[in-house]
Design a protein around this ligand. Sequence first.
Ligand SMILES: [Zn+2]
Length: 550
Amino acid sequence: MTILASAFGRWRKWQPTLRVETLALIASLYFSLAFNGLFWKSWLAGRSFAQADTWLFAACLFVALTALHFILLCLVLNRWTAKPLLGLLIVVTAFAAYYMSTFTVFLDPSMLRNVLRTDVKEAGELFSVGMLPHLFFYALLPLLLLFRIRLRRDSFRRAVLVRLLSIFLALLVVAGSLLLIFKDLAPLMRNNKEIRYLITPGNYLYSLARVLGADASAATRPREPVGLDAVKAESWQQRKKPVLFVIVVGETARAANWGLSGYTRQTTPELAQLDVVNFSQVTSCGTNTEVSLPCMFSVYGRRKYDDDKIRNSESLLNILDRVGMKVIWRDNQSGCKGVCTGVEEHKLGNSKVSEWCDGDRCLDEILLHGLDGILADSKGNLVLVLHQLGNHGPAYFKRYPPAFRKFEPVCETADLAKCSREAVVNTYDNALLYTDHMLAQTIAFLKRQDGKFDTAMIYLSDHGESLGESGLYLHGVPYSIAPKVQVEVPMVMWFSPGFAASFSLDKGCLKQRSGLPASHDNLFHTVLGLLDVRTGVYERSMDLSATCRP
Ligand SMILES: [Zn+2]
């Protein structure tokens, strides 16, 4: 007891006095050493430490990385802000580093936007007991040290002088060390731009500033209208029944595990029994929901990708609304990401329907709940978008009811690295089985409306997923370097005989087309084509159904 008491007494007395600059330097060194594992692994990949220039390269990188963060800290830290800001930075960075190393994520602006738009439930699912030791060593211990430190007071003039001199020296150090390794660095940066997003915490601070800046400038101007000239084609005058068109936006389903597209396991047994058109070579616009969703409903797409324009323009749904169809976005996830601005939105993720919801989350069949009432109220043509929770990870085991636990053993934790790869894949595949069921249920529902509506459905997943291949988990790797499994997605279409007849659609022809490559960029034009909407922004060459209609 006495030993403990005296140790505690000594700890109470230990209160070193430091300059803010010294503290900033210590913190920068700590960031370089503790939180940049992925950075070191990627930037030094393929080099041998038996060679002297590898050591020089590593040393210069280390000095530049530390000095860069030192400059950043010198710009924001003073005697009053130093402890709270550094404390916050250490905690957030410890979290960020944990996810970066566990799932190999790059914190670029698109990823950060995804993180910022994540709801509390999604964030809660990412938290796991496995991260507690990491947080204890990398956040709590440094915080205890940080709060023992006393900061030295200086006269204002002297403080400013020391600060300016520190920043100037640090700039010289950065320039000098980068110049020394410029020959090696230049090609690395040119061929592999994305690895700068591994510089932690600079990556998320930079991305945060970019996202907030873009959002602030977007908030001050109205959305650009798209397809103001849109009208229904003449064929609509002879149509006997109204149209009910359903777009199911999937989540995190990858083509590699899609039964209909040739996966060795049958993950789509119910759809396989139905007369559907399965597109087996579809690529997504992005590797996360924040990029893919706005992009697939936009006139720009990946071909003319411009994040700012896409976010600030009307979507396909606004055009359908303009030609007089009632459009409803029904959501079981984190919202429509701006796609449904101006149309009706139903948020179902917080429903309390006990058949589908556990008070926290709902299974995707909630999206079909109450549709009879909506249909009974509707008088004309109806477009429903059903936004699934799908295979949203890492808690795949929560995405399906017990009856779909077909592939075993499963991984019943969000800490995927703790499970065998086999268990992770089993759990993911079980969640796909449930999506297959939900889509079959949707088609069954549409069939029941045959007397009243001509019906059709398009299912399209927003992006794929990594399931541990080369150490990667989840999704969101920058598009240019993303593995195929994150960008190859399933797409399925189904048309009632009434719909096909009314729009003179040749399903056999579409089935032939479905074996060829397609992408998210096709959705906008294909839906306009299938629904026979005329507008100058429609491109026939992008319409997958164009050659299958007269
Ligand atoms: Zn997504």
